[in-house]
Design a protein around this ligand. Structure first.
Ligand SMILES: Nc1nc2c(c(=O)[nH]1)N[C@H]1C(S)=C(S)[C@@H](COP(=O)(O)O)O[C@H]1N2
Ligand SMILES: [Mo]
Length: 447
């Protein structure tokens, strides 16, 4: 601790003594074990410039990850009670009808949320590394304002690490652990958002100062040997006794940037598709595939969903309700109806997506047939009896879009059992999970 500005420890700066002197004195004299080691971080790279440079990248990109996350929550349809978590109390967001155009909207949203979230991990870790000595500053605070700042920091750092961990676990093991991750991820997001907003409000002036303190051109031209610490200031980020540089700032930026590019390379293919899918080493791209025209990601196989032949064979019927009387159709009657073909993506919340060519009966034709030509919503049920993905409610615009289908075929072949034979829902820009497979009934709810 540097007390040089306080002659013989006299309380000269009122701000620093918001707490009774006895309290912070006591804290000063009794640091927690291990703190000594924590103050030994000596990298000469640490300083306002590096932290500001990394911070400015996150200032622009983290809001994209956050907003797409919240948008995904809305896309799930909280107005129908099918977003997770369901009842979020006063954290309730204003809901709106999720659009159906462009059809790749949810694909883009989730690609950004998951993809950018993964890409930013090296940058977040570097940012944390750059400020880590400050996280252990002791005493933790000398004033109420400082204490609040540190609580916000705890929310920010704890929040983002929690979001990264639950997010990564979610895309890797989704449907193994079930729903709790979504709930944790949602509330964790709000803790992070609160910490982020307070942090920005407090730190923006310092960040601008930091960015101006050294020109990027100079940094990029300085090698390791000529790398010098920034000027020391008490309570700042610069080490009191910096060691010699083992890497230049330029090298550190290249390392972090390289890490981000590496994350992009092993992630992007899961949604870009084509040959790039081979490079998508991170799992979230569906574990199982079909054959021939049905050769694309299978989220949950018929076997896993316990779809038995008696549920989807000769005796399968589609029941349409909501009108004056139920309408019951078999598959031959559906194939005899006028068919429509559309190229539409399945975009899973996990970030992977795949665009295929679907053929089937437009949902609005089925609504008319049921006697509800202008439904307010449609409740779709699967023959699947277990799990939480066996039903979905669709908004009016999602039923009425001309490309919204009860698909019977994909890529010019009958749907495979794994992809939802005898019939499945496919709707433009709808989150993957609501494209119900093995449909048993649709209840069209009138205006
Ligand atoms: N009945 C039923 N429909 C379902 C699912 C399911 O488990 N059961 N999984 C959903 C999820 S999460 C996704 S992403 C898509 C994936 O469709 P696919 O397996 O044909 O690629 O189907 C959706 N439809
Ligand atoms: Mo999904």
């Amino acid at each position: 601790m540097d007390h040089s500005e306080e002659p013989d420890g006299a309380p000269t700066d009122a701000r620093r003594y918001g707490f009774p002197r006895r309290l912070w004195r006591g804290l000063d004299e009794h640091p927690p074990p291990g703190l000594k080691r924590a103050t030994r971080w000596r990298s000469p790279l640490r300083g306002l410039w590096l932290t500001s440079a990394l911070g400015s990248v996150l200032l622009i990109t983290l809001p994209v990850v956050t907003i797409t996350g919240l948008l995904s929550y809305i896309a799930y349809g909280p107005q129908f009670g099918q977003a997770i978590p369901g009842d979020v109390g006063w954290l309730k967001l204003p809901t709106f009808d999720w659009p159906t155009d462009p059809s790749w909207l949810y694909r883009l949203n989730q690609g950004l949320h998951v993809g950018l979230g993964l890409i930013l991990i090296p940058i977040v870790l570097a940012k944390l590394w750059s400020v880590i000595p400050r996280l252990f500053a002791w005493p933790p605070s000398r004033s109420v304002a400082q204490l609040l700042e540190r609580i916000s920091l705890l929310m920010l750092v704890g929040g983002i690490l929690f979001e990264i961990i639950t997010g990564v676990l979610n895309i890797q093991y989704d449907y193994i652990f079930g729903f709790s991750f979504y709930t944790a991820h949602y509330y964790g997001a709000w803790v992070f958002i609160a910490g982020f907003v307070i942090h920005i409000a407090i730190k923006i002036p310092r960040m601008r100062l930091g960015l101006r303190s050294m020109s990027m051109r100079r940094v990029l031209r300085t090698n390791t040997r000529d790398t010098r610490p920034e000027p020391y200031e008490p309570d700042g980020l610069v080490a009191a006794e910096p060691g010699p540089a083992t890497i230049s700032r330029r090298g550190a930026l290249a390392l972090v940037g390289g890490g981000a590019v590496f994350m992009a390379v092993i992630t992007a293919g899961q949604t870009l598709g084509g040959w790039t899918r081979q490079t998508a080493l991170l799992l979230p791209r569906g574990r199982t595939h079909g054959d021939g025209p049905n050769d694309f990601q299978i989220n949950r196989t018929a076997a896993a969903a316990r779809i038995t032949p008696d549920l989807t064979g000769e005796r399968w019927r589609l029941t349409l309700t909501g009108g004056p009387s139920p309408v019951v159709l078999d598959r031959a009657m559906l194939t005899a109806m006028s068919q429509h073909t559309a190229r539409l993506p399945i975009a899973c919340v996990e970030g992977w997506s795949t665009t295929e060519t679907w053929t089937g009966v437009p949902l609005r034709d089925l609504a008319r047939l049921a006697g509800v030509p202008e439904p307010r919503s449609a409740f779709v049920r699967s023959v699947e009896r277990f799990g939480a993905f066996n039903r979905a409610t669709l908004q009016a615009n999602q039923v009425m879009h001309p490309d919204s289908l009860l698909a019977l075929r994909v890529n010019d072949a009958d749907l495979s059992l794994d992809h939802g034979f005898p019939a499945r829902i496919i709707v433009p820009a709808l989150p993957g999970v609501h494209n119900t497979k093995w449909v048993a009934s649709i209840d069209f709810r009138a205006k």
